[in-house]
Ligand binder design. Structure first.
Ligand code: IVH
Length: 684
């Protein structure tokens, strides 16, 4: 078929469906084989539209294209179970960008029952509702054998940036799909689409450095180098599957789960139930650990999806019902500067009360001095506010209108010492304001003691009592708590013998602490429960205090920012720790290496290119087997696994050379090829 025949076909008022089908197939073949379209996209789109109207079940509409980045194929690709067209091929273009063989479309929007009903029209077929996850969309490609081969951002919908190197490290993105779950796959493999997010619990640790979790997720995905937050902290929710037969959207979610993904929640409902389903998600929003900005309703029936098709912008078979009231405007009444237990002085906007997502908001944190400077805040400004994840009030922008500049305080609001500006090296080079002498600032001390007693569950030490203790000069740091005696406590106002005795007993009862609890109690930025548990399963306190930022960042899913804060924090806490260790006893928590996995007691280092899995995956795998994955050969290393040709390399790599010397001197580590290593572990 020639281009002229196609034009003739389009001019025909009643074209033969079989000829239309043949024309679409010819275009596909031409595009596919020659990597070039022989009709313009608009003509192709018209052809497909005609064919869909006249013959919705046409074979050309059923097939999944190998490499046809054409809008009107998208829903067919998503829906059809047939994947027997030839080709898979490299999904990248010459510039290394990922070509979306099925374009990544947007979604039509509605805002209330009325606009939802408008979208629904006459249709009565069952729907499937999912939360609309507010993250960065990615398309992840696997070849026919289930091997991860490409991952792209949405880009312009037809081509996106390759984000493979980081997507590999996102949990719940398998590097290899379970072959048993691949039944029905065609030669062009499988594509999974979904949303990458930074969970709010992880965002909380860096909220002072980044605008919102979506930006962090998108930034981390694209980053060429470590962007402060490691991809391991991201989460992936899958909502689309292309290239495998499925029955309806719920079946799609089941199949995604069988492949090893976490699908976005799906729930079937009748169209008349949609408003109630929407309301339910709206109120569940604040309990989720990720941000959602609406509910997506899709028509469950894939044949009907095919029949409805898409515009160039969005599928007609889906709509996003947007959550409302999640942003609003108010006026800045005053800027408060609030002192934290670490001595940081955080700006907080006091605003005229405004209702956001169903709650009255009158305060919103501004995180740090940089935010105030970036927004150029003046008292009286109109502010645009949102609630992150529907919960935390957040100032998005200043709309101006105010007159009084918000100068940061020159002295600490608590102790009156001159403040100083601290510049962090983070990706955004954040400026924070700090009390000039936190060590001598009573409010800082009170905050630290409050945090310490809360972390170690020492009951009875509320802010009032702590203030009284500080005022009476009885405590200067957490270690002093253990020196308190009922007699001394009784000198405080309104303190009877019974209470004093009980308080001392509470302190006594907590002299045994676990390492994670102790680490958290120190109140180091970024050293929360997640990080503390992670560290404590691998290292003792002494080992931890010796670690460099690089060692901490390399081995575990912490990220360089967190690692730097922890190393710095442990260093600063050294004097307190020395004093505390005279009072408390650390009780063992089980270490990962001690739990009796196949690699218990082994410290494994990889070098060279691995065939079986990426280095990161291999390291994580070692940890799952109860071992420790090291970044460099040290005295602790028990196995060096050498990938690729490195065993024969001349000169040997530095890791290998070092391992050989160490093997001669102290009889370890074992030096193994990749193959030998996995065979050994299999046999264990
Ligand atoms: S279904 C367009 N389900 O929102 C194809 N999309 O603003 C059908 N999104 O492009 C997509 N959560 O990247 C679907 N549960 C969900 C989603 C979701 C987030 C994204 C998706 C889409 C964008 C439109």
């Amino acid at each position: 078929m020639r281009a002229a025949d196609i034009v003739a076909l389009l001019n025909d008022p009643a074209p033969d469906p079989a000829r239309l089908n043949a024309a679409v197939e010819a275009c596909d073949r031409a595009y596919f084989n020659d990597l070039d379209a022989f009709v313009p996209d608009q003509v192709y789109d018209l052809l497909v539209e005609r064919l869909r109207l006249r013959w919705p079940e046409a074979p050309a509409l059923q097939a999944i294209g190998g490499a046809r980045p054409r809008a009107e194929r998208s829903e067919d690709g998503a829906a059809a179970g047939v994947a027997d067209v030839e080709g898979g091929g490299d999904p990248h273009d010459d510039e290394g960008r990922v070509v979306h063989r099925v374009p990544m479309l947007s979604l039509g929007k509605c805002y209330d029952t009325q606009s939802f009903l408008q979208w629904l029209g006459e249709r009565t077929s069952p729907l499937v509702a999912s939360p609309k996850i507010d993250g960065a969309a990615v398309a992840i490609r696997y070849d026919a054998s289930g091997l991860l081969i490409a991952a792209g951002s949405r880009g312009d919908g037809r081509r996106g940036d390759s984000v493979l190197h980081n997507v590999r490290r996102v949990p719940k993105v398998p590097a290899q799909l379970d072959v048993a779950a691949l039944a029905g796959v065609g030669v062009s493999g499988v594509e999974v689409r979904g949303e990458v997010v930074l969970p709010l619990s992880a965002f909380a640790e860096v909220a002072d450095l980044f605008a919102n979790p979506r930006n962090v997720a998108a930034g981390v995905l694209k980053a060429k180098e470590e962007a402060g937050v490691p991809p391991e902290r991201l989460a992936f929710f899958a909502y689309d599957l292309i290239g495998l037969p499925v029955e309806g959207e719920v079946g799609k979610a089941d199949r995604l789960r069988a492949l090893g993904f976490e699908p976005a929640a799906v729930e079937r409902c009748r169209p008349d139930e949609a408003p109630a389903v929407f309301e339910r998600w709206a109120s569940a929003r604040s309990e989720l650990d990720y941000e959602i900005d609406g509910v997506v309703f899709r028509i469950d029936d894939l044949a009907e999806q095919r029949r409805l098709g898409s515009t160039a912008h969005h599928p007609r078979w889906a709509v996003a019902w947007k959550l409302q009231g999640d942003s609003g405007e108010s006026r800045l009444i005053a800027l408060e500067w609030s002192l934290s237990r670490t001595g940081t002085i955080t700006p907080v906007a006091q605003v005229e009360p405004v209702e956001l997502s169903g709650a009255m908001v009158s305060r919103a944190t501004l995180h740090n001095l940089s935010t105030v400077e970036r927004l150029g805040l003046r008292v009286g400004d109109r502010l645009s506010l949102t609630r992150r994840g529907g919960v935390i009030p957040h100032v998005e922008a200043s709309l101006g209108g105010g007159s009084v500049a918000c100068a940061p305080p020159a002295t600490c609001p608590s102790c009156g010492e001159p403040t100083r500006v601290h510049e962090t090296e983070g990706p955004s080079g954040t400026r924070t304001l700090r009390c000039g002498r936190p060590a001598a600032c009573p409010a800082v001390l009170r905050g630290q003691l409050f945090h310490y007693t809360a972390a170690l569950e020492i009951d009875g030490f509320g802010p009032k009592l702590l203030d009284a203790l500080i005022e009476a000069d009885l405590v200067h740091d957490a270690a002093d708590l253990y020196q308190l005696r009922p007699e001394t406590l009784q000198r405080l106002p309104r303190m009877g013998a019974t209470l004093a005795t009980r308080l001392c007993a509470n302190v006594e009862a907590r002299r045994k602490v676990t390492l994670p609890a102790l680490l958290v109690s120190l109140g180091i930025d970024s050293l929360g429960k997640h990080a503390a548990d992670l560290l404590a399963t691998r290292w003792t306190l002494d080992e931890l205090r010796q670690l460099s930022i690089a060692e901490l960042a390399a081995l575990h899913s912490l990220g360089s920012l967190t690692a730097a804060r922890i190393v710095e924090g442990l260093h600063d806490a050294a004097p307190l720790l020395e004093r505390l260790l005279k009072e408390i006893r650390i009780v063992e928590v089980e270490r990962a290496g001690g739990q009796g996995g196949k690699l218990a007691g082994q410290q494994v280092v990889f070098t060279g290119k691995l065939e079986r899995m990426g280095r990161r995956d291999a390291q994580q795998w070692v940890v799952r087997q109860g071992g420790v994955a090291g970044a460099a050969v040290t005295a602790e290393t028990t196995m060096l696994v050498v990938g690729g040709d490195e065993l024969a390399a001349d000169p040997p790599s530095s890791k290998l050379a070092r391992a050989r010397r160490s093997l001669q001197a102290v009889g370890k580590p074992q030096i193994l090829s990749e193959e030998a290593f996995f065979a050994l572990v299999d046999a264990l």
